[in-house]
Design a protein around this ligand. Structure first.
Ligand code: ADP
Ligand code: MG
Length: 598
């Protein structure tokens, strides 16, 4: 008995569609690419319900003839290649002739198209691979393709779609990957009647700003290089604007977004040690290579690509980025190094520590430190005590010393004991069990954290409206998570609201919060939060408080007045877990009297 039969086209197309169009963003990509291949200079994308019910692309490109308007929905129908040799000189985005056939198999599609030299256009209606109508239509030159009710006949796929915000962020990412590199074409994106992007044709930098906001302009360096092998054009972020997550990293080859771990590594390598630990540069880099030097058999939904000359490309790209970074004298003004361990040189024999000459601010409250106060202290303090730090014979503090909890000390004694600041980061003071060496930043973190966890009204940070609200961008997943945390953050003095799928506007922060650190802070907070093993309420607030405390704590390198140090020490010793910071790092090391004697 024969059991093999040939699948009808509609079924074959539906199967193929599974590869090309797995979600609305897949259809968006194909339609935008077709419009670009048709030579359009303006392309408008309109969506409803994150593309579920409508994805419509209108272009002012070549348009199609009446019969092409039908033929384009056939499998392997393409005007872009004619013979296999053409595969080695691809200059268009598409060439497989699969996209429209696939989309028409799983949606209700309306095509309206007119060539520039025709008086009349044509409309074709097709659904589930069957043409249901075609008639002449009066329409402007170019093409409008509307995809309605995607997956209407594939319930399994329809049900597999994520909530609108997720589908929308996939679409926005697709939109960025296409529009970033095709900045000579105007694009708009409208969702549910609201225009989210209106990108005019212009330079790449203008396009980057159109997508990511105007502040990007000040954050980028230009990268340019031309060799026989490759032409490189693009932008990389200044090291101080690196991010805690690999967010805005875009590489393109011949107008196509690609993922290429080795080339990405080349860019990151160029930064070498200019970047703080675990932070990543943003980059937008287009490469132009001879099409015969790359593997053309690019899968429509995959972004991997193979180069014949990848070693040479790696070297060229790295040096181009390096040069872009090197043109500007960086490094000297950037201080990234925050050693984790205590490393204090003992005072030389017979050394008699002078009284610190440090300015005194009677109004100081460590939880309301304003930048102005910090600045004042920077000039007033930190003179003599630093001389001990430069003594020879540096020695590691013994780390295994048990911490004698100084509860035996009366409050009176503690607050009145003289403090000495070492290296701008340690406070040294006498307690009954010896000499306490306290990491000022961790100590302050602990104090702030405990206060926030107690939620004491008086110590809750107040809110301060920003003169210029700041936009922050996140990956789809991070944006979702941040959305969940917004009510909590409000409780700590932030006013953050979503605008667009992955962008949030911050209009208020706790006082003294540095605006330019907002993105970094929120990135770090989300990273911390992800790291928190459980997301029960208790852990959520723990994680938020720890992030906030870290952000707001007085940093190593900030000179403190005698009063400030005494206050901090007193507050620290009032904490039940004075010896470890919220993130589990050691705050105090005690040198016992016996050791001092030795
Ligand atoms: P491919 O892009 O791989 O050729 P598609 O299925 O995406 O395959 O499109 C089939 C053909 O339909 C294209 O080769 C092109 O000739 C025509 N076409 C599709 N979209 C447009 C458009 N917006 N304007 C003009 N022609 C188009
Ligand atoms: Mg195509």
């Amino acid at each position: 008995m024969d059991i093999i039969n040939i699948l009808p086209d509609s079924v074959a197309n539906q199967i193929a569609a599974g590869e090309v169009v797995d979600r609305p963003a897949g259809a968006v990509k194909e339609l935008l690419e077709n419009a670009m291949d048709a030579g359009a200079k303006q392309i408008d994308l309109v969506l409803k319900d994150a593309g579920r019910t409508l994805i419509q692309v209108t272009d002012n490109g070549s348009g199609m003839s009446d019969s092409d308007a039908r033929l384009c929905f056939e499998r392997h129908a393409t005007s872009k290649i004619h013979r296999s040799d053409d595969l080695f000189a691809i200059h268009t985005m598409g060439f497989r002739g699969e996209a429209l056939a696939s989309i028409a198999a799983i949606a209700q599609v309306e095509l309206r198209t007119r060539q520039h030299d025709s008086e009349l256009g044509t409309t074709v209606l097709i659904e589930g691979s069957h043409i249901t109508d075609q008639h002449p239509a009066a329409c402007p030159p170019g093409t409008t393709l509307a995809v309605k009710n995607l997956f209407f006949n594939v319930p399994a796929r329809r049900n597999f779609l994520k909530k609108d915000s997720v589908e929308m962020s996939h679409i926005e990412e697709t939109f960025r990957r296409i529009t970033l590199i095709h900045h000579d074409i105007g694009f708009t994106l409208t969702h549910g009647g609201k225009m989210l992007y209106d990108l005019k044709a212009g330079s790449m930098l203008q396009r980057i700003c159109g997508l990511f906001g105007q502040p990007m302009k000040e954050r980028l360096f230009n990268v340019e290089e031309e060799t026989d092998l490759v032409k490189i054009r693009g932008f990389v972020s200044r090291p101080e604007y690196s991010r805690k997550t690999r967010g805005e990293q875009y590489l393109f080859v011949n107008g196509r977004f690609i993922k290429h771990p080795a080339l990405s590594a080349a860019v990151e390598k160029a930064y070498a040690d200019l970047l703080p630990e675990r932070s990543f540069p943003s980059y937008f880099i287009g490469l132009q290579v001879d099409p015969s030097r790359i593997d053309v058999n690019i899968h429509p939904t995959k972004t991997e690509v193979k180069f014949v000359d990848d070693h040479a490309l790696f070297a060229i790209l790295r040096s181009a980025v390096k040069r872009a970074l090197g043109q500007f004298s960086l490094g000297t003004e950037l201080e990234f190094d925050t050693p984790e361990e205590f490393n204090i040189a003992p005072a030389p024999k017979g050394y008699n520590p002078p009284q610190p000459r440090i300015s005194y601010n009677p109004d100081y409250n460590p939880f309301r430190a304003t930048p102005a106060q910090t600045k004042m202290d920077l000039h007033g303090g930190g003179g003599s005590p630093r001389s001990t730090a430069s003594a020879d014979d540096p020695r590691q503090m013994p780390e295994d010393d048990a911490i004698a909890m100084p509860h035996t000390d009366s409050m009176e004694q503690r607050t009145s004991a003289q403090c000495l600041q070492l290296q701008g980061r340690y406070i040294v003071t006498a307690i009954s069990s010896g000499l306490a060496i306290i990491d000022q930043q961790r100590a302050h973190e602990r104090v702030l954290f405990d206060r926030m966890m107690q939620g004491a009204e008086s110590t809750m940070p107040h809110s301060q409206a920003l003169l210029f609200p700041v936009n922050c961008r996140f990956s789809a997943a991070d944006a979702d998570m941040l959305g969940e945390l917004l009510p909590d953050l409000r409780g700590y003095g932030f006013a953050i609201d979503p605008i667009g799928q992955c962008t949030f506007v911050v209009s208020a922060t706790p006082p003294d919060f540095k605006e330019n650190e907002l993105q970094a802070f929120l990135d770090q907070m989300l990273t911390d939060y992800k790291g928190a093993t459980m997301q029960k309420y208790a852990d959520r607030s723990r994680s938020l408080c720890a992030s906030l405390a870290r952000q707001m704590a007085v940093k190593a390198g900030t000179p403190l007045s005698q009063e400030q140090m005494q206050q901090l020490v007193a507050d620290l010793f009032a904490c039940p877990m004075a010896d470890t910071s919220p993130s589990g790092k050691r705050i105090i090391t005690i040198v016992k009297p016996e050791e001092i004697l030795k």
